[in-house]
Design a protein around this ligand. Structure first.
Ligand code: 5GP
Length: 215
């Protein structure tokens, strides 16, 4: 690593919130982002929801009982937590703090309630991105293709979508996901720009000083 690269690595980690109604493509986007950027870490939430087919404990979620969730909550082990649909979801605090200390950026797949709580707790480190579907028909189609939820759950999720979408204006960036590759490029551009914010590069002061003094 060059001296400049070492200095550049000395920046504050970002907390990147991705919210969207179910089926807007957020999970696929997140997966592709993580696969292509080693500086990104996913925050794995705890939930009282039952696992869907294919979901892996510790990778997609920590699946816990209502009692365990309440215990974690009362021990202040969540950075934020909320009830979404009929289940509880929470972000474990420890792994996020460890990642940020290591100057890694953390992605949060959480809803608007979680985004609001993180804004209260850590506004300076936060970048909030909202993903919209191109239209509601597409959203329903994507929920059905996923086919992991029953019809009644899908209907419920569709009716909740409007409520989630109504919070779009609380986010820093809004992406309409009509084409996955385009949306992915857009999220990457946001992350690249946010990493270069002056306040996130505390090494710049010293660097400019040495530039001016001919170093
Ligand atoms: P799903 O059950 O489809 O995986 O997630 C349902 C919703 O809960 C999604 O909008 C997702 O972003 C949100 N969610 C997942 N984990 C958390 C969390 O830890 N906190 C909050 N506030 N929302 C979460």
């Amino acid at each position: 690593m060059s001296a400049l690269e070492t200095m550049k690595a000395n920046r504050r980690g970002l907390m990147i919130v991705l919210s969207s109604p179910s089926g807007a493509g957020k999970t696929t986007l997140t997966r592709q982002l993580l696969a292509s950027d080693p500086d990104l870490t996913m925050s794995v939430s705890a939930t009282t929801r039952k696992p869907r087919p294919g979901e892996v404990e510790g990778k997609d979620y920590y699946f816990v009982s209502k009692e365990k969730f309440a215990e974690l909550e009362s021990n202040v082990e969540f950075l934020e937590h909320a009830k979404v649909f009929d289940n509880f979801y929470g972000t474990p605090r420890g792994p996020v703090e460890d990642a940020l200390e290591d100057a890694r950026d953390v992605i949060f797949d959480i809803d608007w309630q979680g985004a609001q709580q993180l804004t209260q707790a850590a506004a300076d480190d936060l970048v909030k991105i909202f993903i919209l579907p191109p239209n509601m028909r597409e959203l329903e189609k994507r929920l059905k293709t996923r086919a992991q939820d029953s019809d009644s759950v899908i209907a419920k999720r569709m009716s909740k979508s409007e409520a989630e979408i109504s919070h779009w204006a609380e986010y820093d960036y809004v992406i309409v996901n009509e084409d996955l590759d385009t949306a992915l490029q857009e999220v990457r551009s946001i992350i690249a720009a946010e990493r270069m914010r002056r306040r996130r590069q505390p090494w710049l002061g010293g660097f400019v000083k040495s530039l001016i003094s001919g170093g």
